[in-house]
Design a protein. Structure first.
Lengths: 297, 334, 380
């Protein structure tokens, strides 16, 4: 007899797949750490966007008399050497990190995808040449490349965006090229070609969706790195160079000497960097898991 | 196998050439007149003339480049504008500090990362795995300079357990012979000096090694899990081998491979990270030199240092590739 | 006493997706020197049953949740892990489907063979090496002394499987379990490997369990065959008897889906319609019912037990006179078996009763999915 808990063995219909993106979104919603990451990102973005509204003080003007005070009701994160409200500075610093970080990643994506698409699409000598060029860029490890480019271009927000962006471009280029090359030989592409699907349709409907997903994941993770790299440049004195701008990295350099007397001046901007980076890293990992169509869940 | 090595080496050479061209142009394409840019605030008409002659700035570009290349191959990397000393000499004095730091960070990252990764892999999705994952997350999310200052604050300022800055306490009077603080201390034979040199290495190594630690842990965990699910591990068990043997010979021997590659790649990150670490902990290494050189507009130094860093990075990558080919029988014996 | 006696074995897997009922009460015996074929489609539980015998189920998901496995009298489900380890390789050996992935790519053949031998015998490395050379010769690998130092990827597929056979037989086990040993090989090589297997096991009176989905393979190799479906044994008989007198609708279906050289030009291949069941549902009723053209209402609600074909016959579980048993409420007659369809006037394959449809709906399953409907003629 059929009992309450079970039924005859019939193939259960799997929940209808509504496309890669909807599925991914559904999986993402159930991913705890990813949600936490999104919350961190939300805090970061809200802080950045609403800085002019939330901040009670002008981040660039300080009252010397109330300099180097610890956290209090009036100044939730304390004041720096020049009496500027730290909380306001952290908020405005978020604007810089957000803008510069996002644009840097976009710059990297722009250069990287173009180079990667040409290399992966054209193949042969063009591919070899482009890959050699990216090899040269990749030969200079990590932040050193951005440092070098800033040294060359000089100080300024735009220069930083370009420098950091260019240092990411090779990674995106390699990624896209790799995807395209692999996909070209993938069985489903060969199959599509064999039934006469025109080239551009293959590109758009078959190859791009597969090639895009690793890029999206990488771009999200790159945002985390960008925030850290931009702060790093600021820390090394290669920041926007405008003393009126509050930048997290520069705030750390300025306050380094007060590690003993005013540790909060290092803690708060530092925590802000970490929270933002954690957010994008968690989101990136979550995206990587949920965009993998082979996972059955 | 030999062919593979040859191919890799030959492949690296054009990259180095390309880089040297790029860096050569870097100097020549600085805004304004190169000679003035190089000299910066030290520019005087006589010095400008001198620089123009030494660098041959009036000659056609390709001649300049060949000149530059020639000098490079002879070990002449130019001289610093600030103190006039040849880059090569100052490099040899400062590089050991960076090497010490890099090795310290590697020992920290690998020594802790591999056991942690294995531990996490033993009970996937267990609470140890969860904690290790969180640790990895923070490893890559905390910038070196933030971590550095935090470590200094906790261990030096508050607890007074470890020293904050520099390679060694200058009051101990250790003469710089090799410029490796630890070796120099060992040479004196005085225990307090030796201990002190090690003590100074701890916090910077942790700060610099935090990112590689996170990455090595992750890749070890992933690799061990993946290998554990392979068919040949099942075969090994079916043959009645002890768990220990299965672990060591069958799982780890295969899991090592991707881990070693990743470790090799981390060296590049360590070189870049050294720039930040040396600044935080005021180490007199090559990393902090890059920063001061840029701040002082000492472009010849910047150019040479970047070239050297890149060469080291490429060489390490090459060695890693060769090492991997050696360890993986499928590549070694085609 | 039979060498191996599996009794009511139940194996389940705990996964994210739910509880998978992989093996649902399997019983069979095996004598010394016998070769038993275990046949069924992918997912029917044939491999899992044998992994359970050796307690090699993937941990921690796979669990033996009922029944016993008696080997030489001892219940393997109860013995200690160290006893199992001694048993593995020495008394019971297993070879797997894909020899490329079943051999450790970073160790030489010598290392892998020597470690097998030395895991169970106190011999020197040199002695083990000599034995390894002997074994390689036995399985027909030329120049064994040099080949020992090679790595798995330097062998061809057929050679690799020979190496696996050599390793499995190294300690002269009493039972060899061969899980789809030739599925990954080219057809010509298949024949060679099977021949080798037959010769070596006959020489040593090794009992063999041969797992496969290929009826052609069992025909030439086995004395008896168990047909499995969805974690149950649905029919068991001696090999000649099974091919000559198949009675279970599933077996009939299997035999009719093989193209035969002696079939007429216009005899259609009759595939088994439908899909294998979802093992996440605990079985109620016969699992083959949705695809069975002979089903009656009772099939939907009650799982038939494995019973002798000739009612009341005393059951012999092993040997050339083993009883032909099957688990079916309404099996095929001899004529139906040769045509592949039910031929009874007015017989219609029973649709699922209302109680079953309700239970399915309550469990959120579409009752129509996987259901094969058969019309008046007995075919959909």
């Amino acid at each position: 007899m059929a009992d309450q808990t079970t039924a005859v063995i019939v193939r259960s219909t799997p929940r209808a797949s509504r496309g890669l993106w909807r599925d991914a979104l559904r999986r993402l919603r159930r991913n705890g750490p990813a949600i936490f990451g999104l919350i961190c990102i939300a805090i970061f973005i809200l802080g950045a966007v609403l800085a002019p509204v939330i901040a009670q003080y002008d981040p660039t003007i300080g009252n010397l008399a109330s300099g180097k005070q610890g956290p209090s009701l009036a100044h939730p994160m304390g004041t720096d050497l020049l009496g500027r409200d730290e909380f306001s500075r952290v908020l405005y610093g978020a604007r810089i990190s957000l803008t510069v970080g996002v644009v840097a990643v976009l710059v990297g994506l722009a250069f990287g995808t173009v180079i990667g698409a040409i290399a992966g699409g054209a193949g042969g000598k063009v591919d070899a040449l482009l890959m050699r060029i990216t090899d040269v860029l990749l030969a200079v490890p990590g932040i050193l490349l951005a440092i070098g480019i800033v040294a060359w271009l000089g100080h300024g927000q735009i220069q930083i965006m370009l420098a950091v962006g260019i240092s990411y471009a090779p990674i995106f280029a390699r990624l896209l090229r790799g995807s395209l090359l692999a996909l070209r030989e993938a069985e489903f592409v060969v199959a599509a070609r064999s039934i006469g699907t025109p080239g551009h349709r293959i590109l758009v409907r078959h190859m791009l969706p597969n090639a895009l997903t690793p890029l999206i994941v990488q771009a999200t993770l790159a945002l985390a790195t960008a925030i850290i790299d931009v702060a790093g440049l600021g820390f090394l004195g290669l920041g926007p160079g405008d003393p009126r701008i509050a930048e997290w990295g520069e705030m750390l350099t300025d306050s380094a000497r007060f590690l003993q007397s005013a540790p909060y001046l290092i803690f708060f901007p530092g925590a802000a960097i970490v929270i933002s980076a954690v957010g994008f890293n968690l989101l990136g990992d979550g995206l990587r898991e949920s965009l993998d169509p082979r996972l059955k869940r | 196998m030999l062919r593979y090595i040859l191919r890799r080496v030959l492949g690296a050479i054009p990259v180095l050439f390309g880089l040297s061209v790029a860096l050569f142009l870097f100097l020549r394409l600085l805004p304004g007149d190169p000679a003035e840019a190089i000299l910066g605030q030290h520019a005087t008409p006589e010095l400008i003339k001198q620089i123009r002659e030494t660098l041959g700035l009036d000659q056609p570009l390709y001649v300049q480049y060949l000149d530059y290349l020639g000098r490079l191959l002879h070990g002449d990397f130019g001289a610093s504008i600030i103190d006039g000393r040849p880059v090569a000499d100052s490099f040899l004095v400062r590089f050991p500090a960076t090497i010490e730091l890099t090795i310290g960070a590697l020992i920290f990252a690998v020594g802790l990362g591999i056991p942690l990764g294995r531990l996490a892999a033993r009970h996937p999705n267990g609470w140890i795995d969860g904690m290790v994952t969180v640790l990895s997350l923070f490893g890559i999310s905390i910038p070196i300079f933030v971590l550095g200052y935090t470590l200094v604050f906790v261990f030096a300022v508050q607890l007074h357990w470890l020293p904050a800055l520099g390679q060694i306490d200058p009051r101990l009077g250790v003469t710089p012979v090799t410029h490796f603080a630890i070796i120099d201390a060992l040479l004196t034979g005085r225990v307090p000096a030796i201990v002190d040199s090690f003590a100074h290495l701890i916090l910077p190594s942790i700060a610099l090694g935090s990112i590689p630690l996170a990455i090595v842990t992750r890749i070890t965990r992933a690799s061990v899990i993946e290998v554990s699910n392979e068919d040949y591990v099942r075969t090994a068990r079916a043959k009645g081998l002890t768990e220990r043997r299965v672990n060591d010979r069958h799982i780890m021997r295969n899991a090592w491979l991707p881990v070693t590659t990743v470790i090799g790649l981390q060296v590049g990150g360590l070189l870049a990270g050294a720039v930040l670490t040396e600044t935080v902990f005021t180490w007199n290494g090559v990393g902090s030199w890059v920063v001061t050189a840029i701040q002082n507009h000492d472009y010849i130094v910047v150019q040479s240092l970047i070239l050297i860093f890149a060469t080291i990075f490429l060489t390490v990558n090459l060695l890693v590739d060769i090492g991997y080919a050696f360890l993986n029988p499928r590549i070694r014996y085609g | 006493m039979a060498l191996l006696s599996v009794s009511d074995l139940i194996v389940r897997f705990r996964t994210h997706d739910g509880l998978i009922h992989a093996v649902n009460g399997v019983s069979f015996d095996l004598d010394e020197g016998e070769t038993l074929g275990l046949v069924g489609e992918s997912g029917c539980g044939k491999s899992v049953t044998n992994l359970a015998v050796l307690r090699l189920l993937p941990q921690p998901a796979g669990r033996i949740e009922g029944g016993a496995v008696y080997f030489e009298g001892a219940d393997l489900t109860q013995v200690s892990e160290s006893s199992m380890r001694e048993l593995r390789g020495r008394d019971i050996a297993m070879i797997f489907q894909d020899p490329m992935t079943s051999l450790n790519p970073v160790l030489t053949i010598e290392e892998q063979m020597v470690e097998t031998i030395r895991a169970h015998r106190e011999v020197s490395k040199a002695a083990a090496r000599t034995r390894a050379i002997e074994l390689l010769e036995m399985v027909g690998i030329p120049k064994p002394e040099t080949r020992l130092r090679a790595f798995p990827h330097q062998f061809s597929g057929g050679m690799r499987q020979r190496v696996m056979i050599a390793m499995a037989l190294a300690l002269e086990p009493k039972l060899l379990i061969a899980d789809e040993p030739t599925t990954a090989l080219d057809v010509t090589i298949q024949a060679q490997v099977l021949d080798l297997l037959r010769k070596l096991t006959a020489e040593r009176s090794t009992s063999v369990i041969l797992i496969t989905h290929d009826l052609g393979v069992v025909a030439g190799m086995t004395q008896r065959i168990n047909v499995m479906y969805a974690g149950f044994i649905v029919e068991t008989a001696t090999t000649p008897d099974l091919f000559a007198r198949p009675r279970h609708p599933y077996t009939v279906g299997l035999l009719h889906s093989i193209p035969r050289l002696d079939a007429g030009d216009d005899e259609p291949l009759i595939p088994i319609e439908g899909v294998p069941p979802d093992l996440r549902r605990a079985p109620v009723g016969c699992p083959f019912a949705p695809r069975c053209a002979w089903r009656i209402e009772r099939c939907w609600t009650e799982m038939p037990p494995l019973e002798p074909l000739i009612a009341g016959e005393r059951v012999t579980t092993t040997g050339p006179a083993a009883t032909h048993q099957l688990a079916c409420w309404n099996y095929a007659t001899a004529v139906e078996a040769s045509t592949g369809q039910p031929l009874r006037d007015g017989f219609v394959a029973a649709p699922p009763p209302a109680t079953v449809i309700e239970a399915l709906a309550a469990a959120g399953v579409d009752p129509g999915a996987g259901l094969v409907e058969f019309g008046q003629e007995g075919r959909s």
